[in-house]
Design a protein around this ligand. Structure first.
Ligand SMILES: [Zn+2]
Length: 203
């Protein structure tokens, strides 16, 4: 079944209007949203499973409510979907931050507090290249997943000098954690040092 068929089968019994498009206009975002941390929720509009985020919509006329996923909330002009979009961005940002802090917490505990980057990250929204390489090394040695590590900061001169002083191995470690823009900027800034790393990774 297509999305519209599934959605209208769920929506019409809870709405006044007889057609799907008209019925949708009766529904609005309530401002309630939730992050379940893991993919576990179901969209009550389209039936999509394994959702991590839920948004509540309510029908103004019948007062029925549905919990829908982050795709459905933005479809077909449900009222308040702009607000939902902003909430979604905030949810995802909050979730990433919690996960990053979780990994940094493990790094701190594994090293008896010697490498505790949590405060730095909380203040700067990222780690310096040096902190990042240290954190990656500790995670790898202790089989901690590096997927949730925070972003690298590479704007300031100090951060760029750290990168320039890295060995090829250290730069190779860091490279997958750089954004596309950071990789381009780095390669432009220091072609001799940026390119060999990119070449190695492309092989
Ligand atoms: Zn859905």
């Amino acid at each position: 079944m297509r999305w519209a068929e599934r959605a209208s089968a769920n929506l019409l019994p809870l709405s006044r209007a007889p057609t799907f498009t008209a019925a949708l206009r009766e529904w609005g975002y309530t401002g309630f949203c939730e992050d379940y941390q893991f993919p576990q929720a179901i969209c009550q509009l389209c039936g999509q499973v394994d959702l991590r985020y839920h948004f509540r919509i309510r029908n103004r006329l019948t007062n029925h409510a549905l919990l829908v996923g982050s795709e459905c909330i933005t479809r077909f002009g449900i009222e308040g979907d702009e607000e939902a979009r902003r909430d979604r961005t905030a949810l995802i940002r909050g979730a990433r931050r919690r996960e990053a802090l979780g990994v940094l917490d493990r790094v701190a505990r594994l090293t008896g507090g010697r490498f505790d980057f949590r405060d730095y990250y909380a203040e700067n929204e990222g780690l310096t290249p040096k902190q990042m390489v240290t954190a990656i090394g500790i995670c790898r040695r202790n089989r901690v997943s590096v997927g949730a590590l925070p972003p690298v900061r590479l704007r300031r001169g100090r951060e760029q000098r750290q990168m320039a002083a890295f060995t090829a191995d250290e730069r190779r470690m860091l490279w997958p954690f750089l954004s596309a823009a950071q990789r381009r900027a780095w390669a432009a800034l220091d072609p001799d040092q940026g390119r060999p790393v990119a070449d190695v990774l492309d092989e």
